[in-house]
Design a protein around this ligand. Structure first.
Ligand SMILES: C[S@@+](CC[C@H](N)C(=O)[O-])C[C@H]1O[C@@H](n2cnc3c(N)ncnc32)[C@H](O)[C@@H]1O
Length: 322
């Protein structure tokens, strides 16, 4: 059951779902803007940024998750949010293809690499140049740009790009085809789910000419074959894309919803049947419409607030316009 939180509540929250598609969707929302006194709003940008940087440093020093991230060699404390969500919703499996939108500095990608090994592939996209974690392929650019989206689509469509060289060493896989090994790696529960989904009518997916021809000849396409035909090669789309806050809460909210919509459109086009979508955004009035879209596209939608999310929102804040 979806637990709804009231807009302007002072905590973060998350949405989760799975669909007719049927994919699971997970949305993390970040509280966006609350009120600020005029005196702070009018203070010098330099003083403001220096005090917020001091606050950030002192918070990082005291923060358990930030310390733990350093100890474990993770790029940031954000890793623990994803670990927690993965623990609960089982987002990753060995061999999965993961697209990490807004990957920098790369802690979510680090978790994705770890949880999809062996033979997973992780593609990170970010506006800013960043050294990718080991095992991550990256594209630098603005994901709102159609050209960048096309580049990512073309990249993921080739199943061999960005994947470590396959080495089948297990005795139990001897004599099996690569496809059978894939199924084995995906695990028993997923195989069952696929078997269950085989009977499900996918109304949202238009068969290609080749698919129609095959169906006319009475040959039934498996879900895996349909996904491949339609260029659906991604198991998980993560979006932690967040632009720098402008100080205008409503504008930041709308901007983050635009990023989420771009991520959702990409996810809908490229996610395999049974894939997952996770996105984070600043809360605001447009999240309702977004949630409604998700519920149409996915069978399950959930909102969560990971324990490792900060309890205190410290970004610069302004009066809410709405
Ligand atoms: C909160 S950080 C992501 C942290 C990351 N998940 C991690 O675990 O290390 C948000 C990132 O989104 C990126 N971003 C914001 N807008 C973007 C856009 N239009 N296209 C690509 N990346 C974007 C930013 O450059 C920033 O690196």
């Amino acid at each position: 059951m979806l637990s709804r939180r009231v807009f302007r509540q002072l905590t973060d929250s998350v949405l989760l779902g799975s669909s007719h598609n049927p994919a699971a969707t997970l949305c993390i929302t970040s509280r966006c803007a609350t009120r600020i006194s005029r005196s702070r709003a009018n203070s010098s940008p330099l003083r403001h940024s220096s005090s917020s940087s001091t606050r950030w440093k002192s918070r990082q020093g005291k923060d358990f998750f930030a310390k733990e991230a350093r100890v474990q060699g993770l790029k940031s404390r954000a890793a623990f949010k994803l670990l927690e969500l993965n623990e609960k919703h089982k987002l990753f499996k060995p061999g999965y293809t993961v697209v990490d939108l807004g990957f920098a500095p790369g802690s979510w990608s680090q978790i994705a690499v770890n949880r999809t090994s062996p033979n997973g592939r992780i593609i990170g996209i970010d506006l800013i140049p960043a050294q990718p974690p080991r095992g991550v392929s990256t594209i630098q650019g603005d994901f709102l740009s159609p050209a960048i989206q096309d580049e990512v689509r073309a990249y993921v469509r080739d199943p061999d790009l960005g994947r470590p060289r396959r080495q089948i060493t297990s005795n139990s896989s001897e004599g099996l085809t690569e496809e059978e090994v894939d199924d084995m790696e995906r695990g028993y529960i997923d195989a069952e789910r696929h078997a269950h989904l085989d009977g499900v009518e996918l109304e949202t997916i238009e068969p290609t000419a080749e698919g129609k021809d095959r169906e006319a000849r009475g040959a039934k396409l498996s879900l895996k074959e349909r996904d491949t035909q339609q260029g659906r090669a991604v198991d998980v789309v993560l979006s932690d894309m967040m632009m720098n806050t402008s100080g205008n809460g409503f504008r930041d909210h709308v901007g983050s919803m635009d990023l989420c919509m771009a991520a959702l459109t990409f996810a809908f086009d490229t996610l395999k049947t049974g894939g997952h979508f996770l996105c984070k955004y600043y809360q605001g009035p447009e999240e309702r419409a977004f949630e409604t879209k998700l519920k149409r596209l996915f069978a399950k939608v959930n909102r969560e607030k990971p324990d490792s999310s900060r309890n205190v929102w410290v970004a610069p804040t302004v009066d809410i316009i709405c």
